[in-house]
Design a protein around this ligand. Structure first.
Ligand SMILES: Nc1ncnc2c1ncn2[C@@H]1O[C@H](COP(=O)(O)OP(=O)(O)O)[C@@H](O)[C@H]1O
Ligand SMILES: [Mg+2]
Length: 362
């Protein structure tokens, strides 16, 4: 293992299911994962983060405290994979997104998780705050994973789409030719379904989509939800769970049996992802899925029916679907440390390539 090639990626996505930490060796073309650890948020911290992420008001004191508490949790997650291993070059910490509104004069994206604490506790140089430079350069600040997808998943003969189903779903289009790579958030991923099942069944997610499969799609509600402007907007575009939230759902009066609303949310997720894929200029050959939504069998089989395309998990390309995002942030840290750009302007709409993030020295 060459020491110059070891990086850690830390990710907690909008599903807020916990922090994923991956120690990755980049010495060959396909990165190899040396060690992984998942840490769940404590219920109280998750509650505070959920409140912040759904537009809840925080005083500056509360904000500062939460930022440090989350930083401690990220540092602990890193220690699970770093202990006993020397020479790790850097940690890439995504942080926990609590707001993402990149457009307009004062656009922003807020990730919590004080990176000073991560560098201090681990003794490892830490790169964080990846999104805001791209926004400052006129971009969406998201998605940031497409250049990593390009580096490891592109094929010279097939037009591949990499579909990440986290709290929000995003796609990366990797054409076989030199056609531009694009990528964008298609809209809801697991977040709305997670919130709805938590409200009605008291569990954090719908195992394999079974509860959704027990309900019937409500065509009127589905039509209303799909009429949101976001779905027909052209890329570049990105969104968040502060937009596609339970509030958003409630504005459309989801009056019906809870399992029928759930079936409708699953159908909304499948149809909006399919619309995103069908909006691409060149025909797609195959889809590879990553993120927790890859385990939602009912969702994947609806996607296969709607798109009529071969669908597989990124595992068949050598990367476990549950670790793609964490590995991507290790890769983004490597880009920054090597003074290479991390964004793709064709994806985010930024005015140019930029070196992303801030470096907190060991
Ligand atoms: N076995 C499963 N069946 C259905 N959904 C699952 C399963 N495992 C994970 N998920 C979904 O994946 C989500 C976590 O996905 P993840 O990729 O970690 O998202 P994020 O990047 O937003 O944290 C869970 O909240 C859940 O909705
Ligand atoms: Mg997650």
């Amino acid at each position: 293992m060459s020491n110059e090639s070891l990086y850690i990626g830390l990710m907690s996505g909008t599903s807020m299911d916990g922090i994923d930490a991956a120690l990755v060796d980049f010495s060959s073309v396909t990165p190899s994962v040396v060690k992984t650890a998942s840490t769940n948020w404590s219920p109280t911290l998750k509650e505070k983060l959920s409140t912040a992420a759904s537009g809840g008001f925080l005083t500056a004191n509360q904000w500062g405290e939460l930022d440090s508490e989350v930083g401690q949790a990220f540092a602990d997650a890193a220690l699970h994979v770093s202990q006993g291993i020397d020479g790790i070059v850097a940690i890439g910490s995504h942080g926990q997104t609590v707001a993402h509104q990149p457009n307009g004069k004062n656009g922003f994206s807020v990730q919590l998780g004080n990176a000073n604490i991560i560098a201090e506790k681990t003794g490892i140089t830490t790169v964080a705050d990846f999104r805001r430079r791209d926004i400052a350069a006129g971009g969406e600040g998201a998605p940031l994973v497409p250049p990593f997808h390009q580096a490891i998943f592109a094929d010279t003969h097939k037009h591949r789409v990499i579909l990440n189903i986290g709290g929000i779903a995003n796609i990366t289009s990797l054409p076989s030719s030199s056609n531009q790579i694009i990528g964008f958030d298609t809209g809801p991923g697991n977040h709305l379904m997670d919130k709805w099942i938590a409200l009605h069944q008291g569990v954090s997610f719908d195992q394999e989509g079974q509860w959704a499969s027990s309900g019937k799609v409500m065509p009127d509600l589905l039509e209303q939800l799909l009429s949101d402007n976001y779905f027909s907007q052209a890329a570049p575009k990105s969104t968040g769970t502060d937009i596609f939230s339970l509030n958003w759902l409630n504005q459309h009066s989801p009056n019906g049996a809870a399992e029928d609303v759930m079936a409708t949310l699953l159908e909304l997720t499948a149809q909006s992802i399919a619309m995103g894929i069908q909006s691409l200029a060149t025909p797609v050959d195959e889809i590879f899925i990553c993120g927790g939504g890859a385990h939602n069998k009912a969702l994947i089989s609806r996607l296969a029916e709607i798109t009529q395309l071969p669908i597989d998990s990124t595992a068949s390309l050598g990367i476990d679907p549950d670790w793609v995002e964490a590995i991507a942030f290790a890769w983004l840290a490597k880009q920054t440390i090597e003074q290479q750009p991390g964004n793709l302007p064709s994806v985010t709409g930024a005015n140019g390539k930029r070196i992303l993030g801030a470096i907190y020295q060991a």
